[in-house]
Write a protein that binds this ligand. Structure first.
Ligand SMILES: Nc1nc2c(ncn2[C@@H]2O[C@H](COP(=O)(O)OP(=O)(O)OP(=O)(O)O)[C@@H](O)[C@H]2O)c(=O)[nH]1
Ligand SMILES: [Mg+2]
Length: 403
């Protein structure tokens, strides 16, 4: 009798152990999946905006009996750094809360409380900070630039009845706009990523289907004399992007700060699929023009270079390209031959037009030397313009002094 009882007892104990183990294992598994989900949500995505809560440290309490002063709370400060990304910021602060340390209280034997240290967070260069109401608090465009997002509270002192004050707190949006010299715009499949990978060391995904690129990519062109020019490859735009078709206008903010646009067009035109009409290359140029102006009217004033790609397609490619160039050069006359709905309000003026094959690396040198010359030309123009404005101001002051 004894043996089966102990056997049964053994089974019961084992069962209990097993269920404990299972419960423990299940909770560990849940923890692990939660963690991986919270990290995985942003695993492969490019984060170009992050809403965070910032709070300055509270001031330390003063010591009314001995006139002791509490330390001020620390500030929350962001600093522009080339070596970080919003994704790294998110990884370091998954709760998206930046709280600076509080100031130390005044003590009998240490009447001056130590101030709380500033909480400094590195953010990528090109960040603009906005309040919830959309007001821009500041922009960090150069390495090392800093911006205080929330000030720490004053330490307790006679003015505040020795009661340390709370630090400032608010929610702000860190909005990243890439700072590239050149912005690549075009319909999907035009060959933008192929172009970027042909002229730089960037290794973007390339494929024969639309919307291969789903997040902006930066590439650097290095010239033999070590000059470097950055190019941003953006997800393809399609007609109706302003109505949120395709990837919408979401990524166009990244070309706001580019100095030059490079419009890349497939000479064979574009069709989203078999059920959709084919848009000719000339039509895609007009449609891109329209989408750019719908996103931001000034964009059509931005210096732009037109690049017709896939010149290697077949024996008719050259004549196709010549016809497109003629049509573009004869704008607005040629608009008469296209639907009214494709007419942009203000036409882009192309500085230059090139025909290339990004895939076969044909004609790329001309484009690269052109973009360099154009960038130098516009930089010089900007310099002389600002000198002129400065000159005018000096003259104005001088005039005023004479009066
Ligand atoms: N024949 C030919 N094919 C090209 C050329 N350039 C790109 N392609 C092909 O066109 C397809 C699309 O190229 P991508 O570089 O991915 O195009 P994309 O403009 O980046 O497309 P999205 O990322 O979808 O906006 C790929 O199959 C490329 O191999 C070219 O000069 N000649
Ligand atoms: Mg692409």
């Amino acid at each position: 009798m004894a043996a089966p009882m102990s056997y049964k007892g053994y089974v019961v104990i084992k069962k209990l152990d097993l269920s404990k183990i299972l419960i423990r294992y299940a909770s560990k598994l849940r923890e692990a999946t939660d963690k991986s989900q919270s990290q995985g949500k942003h695993k492969n995505t490019f984060i170009d905006s992050l809403r965070v809560y910032v709070r300055g440290g509270a001031g330390g309490q003063g010591h009314p009996r001995f006139g002791g002063i509490g330390g001020d709370g620390g500030n929350v400060v962001i600093r522009a750094s080339k070596n970080t990304s919003l994704k790294s910021v998110f990884r370091l602060y998954p709760t998206k809360r930046f709280s600076a340390p509080t100031g130390k209280n005044s003590q009998k034997y240490r009447l001056l409380g130590d101030p709380g240290e500033n909480l400094k967070i590195d953010v990528p260069v090109g960040i603009s900070v906005q309040t919830d109401s959309g007001r821009v608090i500041g922009e960090l465009d150069t390495e090392g630039q800093e911006l205080v997002l929330a000030r720490g509270g004053k330490g307790g002192n006679p003015d505040n009845g020795f009661l340390g004050r709370k630090g400032e707190n608010r929610s702000v949006k860190l909005d990243l706009k890439l700072l590239a010299d050149i912005g690549l715009v075009g319909f999907p499949n035009a060959g933008k990523s192929t172009f970027l990978s042909a002229v730089s060391r960037a290794n973007p995904k390339i494929a024969a289907y639309p919307f291969t690129t789903i997040q902006p990519q930066l590439g650097i062109v290095e010239y033999p004399d070590s000059r470097r020019i950055s190019i941003a490859d953006l997800p393809g735009l399609i007609e109706g992007a302003h109505d949120n078709f395709g990837m919408g206008h979401r990524f166009l903010k990244h070309i706001e700060r580019t100095k030059l646009l490079l419009m890349l067009v497939d000479i064979n035109g574009f069709s989203l699929g078999v059920k959709y009409d084919l848009r000719t290359a000339f039509e895609t140029i007009l449609l891109l023009n329209k989408e750019l102006e719908l996103y931001m009217t000034d964009l059509t004033d931005r210096p732009t270079i037109l690049v017709l790609n896939k010149i290697d397609t077949d024996s008719t490619s050259e004549s196709k390209a010549d016809k497109i160039i003629q049509d573009v050069k004869n704008l607005p006359e040629t608009l008469k031959n296209v639907d009214n709905e494709l007419h942009p309000k203000s036409l882009l003026k192309f500085d230059d037009i090139f025909t290339i094959s990004a895939k076969e690396k044909l004609g790329l040198e001309c484009v690269l030397s052109c973009i360099r010359n154009r960038l130098d030309y516009y930089a010089e123009l900007k310099r002389t313009e600002s000198d002129r404005i400065k000159g005018d101001v000096v003259e104005e002051i001088f005039d005023k002094r004479l009066v």
